[in-house]
Ligand binder design. Structure first.
Ligand code: TXA
Ligand code: MG
Length: 319
């Protein structure tokens, strides 16, 4: 049987929450990318989630919650600056790395002393987690719903193409409005004296400094493992080159002001940095759907979200 994509009606969301409680996997939309959810308390479900993704089991996963007070179950010794970040940017595209409680086991943390927590703002994600909570659940682990190293999905059809053949009959894919951000959450290590950005995203260094009143440290200063920090990641099958010198029958992703040379296949022409983030992953997927060998990408300039976009482009191009 091939897996169907379910509309995010109240009934389907309830079915999905029940499926999660019964140990099945549910892919769902968030404001960043689609996640592949599993009950954070169910080791068998988590093991299957790793299998479906083909992800190494020592890579930690983020626990998704629907309310800030749910962190107490998973984290300890939460600093004041972490609390300020939660207050200002949750629900939203931000993951905090905190000292773990004994409930956050090695399967979730990859054997580290810390745990990653996030309260997403997408209405379907929040409704699903809230329903799951009503059924007695404590949180959902949810990595991006792609095979290991591949491009994160930003629509339900991309999830089906990416993971459909590995999912079981009782698993579900929930549809929902398109992610408002389009690249993964900002990951902030809050286990030390000051915040450290481990993965750039829509919550920028400037926003973190404004919220906490602290200077943000650079990620080289941390020893934590972040799977997205491995050089090659977010990669389509096509070769990605970071320049605009497109040749005939190559793909091109660039700001709308960049012209498309004759014979070149234009995959995206965003008119703003925000739009660039929203279309980047679907454009990379489109390159594979069209069977292109090469995609040229002209990265956006500037600070803030542009830093996150350049980070993902550099990784998708890494050898
Ligand atoms: O936007 C997002 O964060 C999406 C959506 C679905 O919420 N999720 C996501 O998950 O990107 P994933 O598993 O693809 O990437 C999570 C990253 C990984 O690179 C992992 O290594 C890092 O978070 N991470 C999780 N827990 C960690 C921890 N305790 N210490 C350091 N890094 C951690
Ligand atoms: Mg991922």
């Amino acid at each position: 049987m091939t897996i169907k994509v379910s509309k995010p009606t109240a009934i389907q969301i309830e079915l999905a929450a029940k499926a999660l409680s019964a140990g099945s996997l549910v892919a769902f939309p968030t404001e960043t990318v689609y996640g592949l959810g599993a009950d954070a308390k169910n080791p068998v479900a988590i093991a299957r989630m790793f299998q479906v993704k083909n992800r190494p089991t020592n890579h930690p996963v983020i626990i998704h919650l629907s309310r800030q007070d749910q962190i107490e179950y998973w984290a300890e010794r939460v600093s004041d600056f972490a609390k300020a970040l939660m207050r200002d940017y949750w629900p939203g595209p931000m993951t905090l790395i905190l000292s773990r409680s004994e409930n956050a086991n090695d399967l979730i943390t990859g054997g580290q002393d810390s745990v990653g927590l996030r309260v997403p703002s997408h209405p379907v994600a929040l409704a699903l987690i809230e329903k799951f909570h009503d059924l007695g659940g404590k949180g959902l682990v949810a990595p991006s719903a792609n095979r290991y190293g591949a491009v994160s999905p930003t629509d339900s059809e991309a999830v089906r193409v990416e993971l459909g053949e590995y999912l079981a009959d009782d698993d579900m894919i929930l549809d929902g409005q398109a992610p408002a951000v389009g690249v993964e959450s900002t990951i902030i290590d809050c286990t030390g004296d000051a915040p450290i950005v481990l993965r750039p995203g829509a919550i920028t260094v400037q926003m973190i400094e404004k919220s906490t009143g602290l200077s943000v440290m650079r990620s080289q200063e941390t020893q934590l493992r972040v799977s997205g920090s491995h050089k090659k990641h977010y990669s389509p099958k096509a070769r990605v080159l970071v320049d605009g010198n497109s040749q005939t029958s190559e793909g091109l992703i660039a700001d709308s002001r960049v012209k498309t040379p004759p014979g070149v296949i234009r995959l995206a022409s965003p008119t703003s940095v925000e739009e660039y983030a929203r279309v980047l992953y679907s454009a990379l997927r489109q390159a594979d759907a069209l069977g292109l060998e090469t995609v040229r990408v002209v990265p956006p300039i500037g600070d803030g979200l542009a830093i996150a976009i350049r980070d993902r482009i550099a990784r998708s191009a890494a050898e």
